[in-house]
Design a protein around this ligand. Sequence first.
Ligand code: UDP
Ligand code: MG
Length: 321
Amino acid sequence: MAAQVKENPILYIVIPCYNEEAVIEETVRRLTEKIDGMIEQKQVASNSRFLLVNDGSKDRTWEIICRLCEENPYVSGISLAHNRGHQNALLAGLMTARKYADIVISMDADLQDDIHAVDRFVDEYKKGADIVYGVRSSRKKDSFFKKYTALAFYRLMAAMGVETVYNHADYRLMTKRALDELAKFKEVNLFLRGIIPMIGFQTATVEYVREERFAGESKYPLGKMISFAIEGITSCSVKPLRLITVCGMIISLLSFIYLIYVIVGGLAGQTVAGWATLAVLICFFGGAQILCIGVVGEYIGKIYNETKARPRYIIEEARLK
Ligand code: UDP
Ligand code: MG
């Protein structure tokens, strides 16, 4: 069943902000122009809003948001008590917005994501999509390094069995219904790009060109990028644990073959006395230990999945009598 489409939906644009004093005023100015136009053309309701989430910034970000709340009728704000990172700030915004909105779009404070794609997001919603993914049409503006690390990231995710949308960051539209389902994912280690495809429903993609940041600096240095990738894998996949088991099996097998070779060598008297026993013991216990760690890992994997207490299914539609 397609989303329950409203002709004039209330749109909330959720924007996490961490030390963004250099950009938010300009961002809000551009978005105000955009939303004015959309309201005029009756694409979205006049009580649509921008929800700015201050992620424990150390600069004047919250002060500016508070001022904008008074000056600009579209601006609402929430402030987290502490810096919890982009994903958590985004979740806080989404969970707040779903109480008031019909549809919610998340985007970054630096407007790297083309805001003129918003119309197409809303069009896709009107065609029945519950989740619309913004997908970058090219990475021409990226540095060589960013381009290839990103490519490696998506490949690795796929190899680890995590379903992600290629070249999609966190620029997306979700309906209230999809957000209500997202709320049922109780996990603390949050990797939205891996979780949202698990929700299902009708989805669509919208291509856009990602620009460079117009002011301020990236809040995602290499260190954060690596920990984001590790977080993505470990919060959505237990494959690394399975790899330990497989590794243990292979080493055990190889040491068994080697064992035969050593025994034969020992019996033939070609080796120094005692060497054969030692070599056999080292190989055998090496393999056995890794295999045992793997087995323990398998159970940890189960515990890990249980503790997440994710919903086991999401019913999209029911026709009961
Ligand atoms: N951000 C956040 N908390 C953080 C780091 C970043 O809320 O701890 C926000 C930031 O304000 C921006 C978005 O996440 O709105 C994306 O960050 P950024 O543009 O610096 O990342 P990049 O585009 O360089 O990957
Ligand atoms: Mg950015």
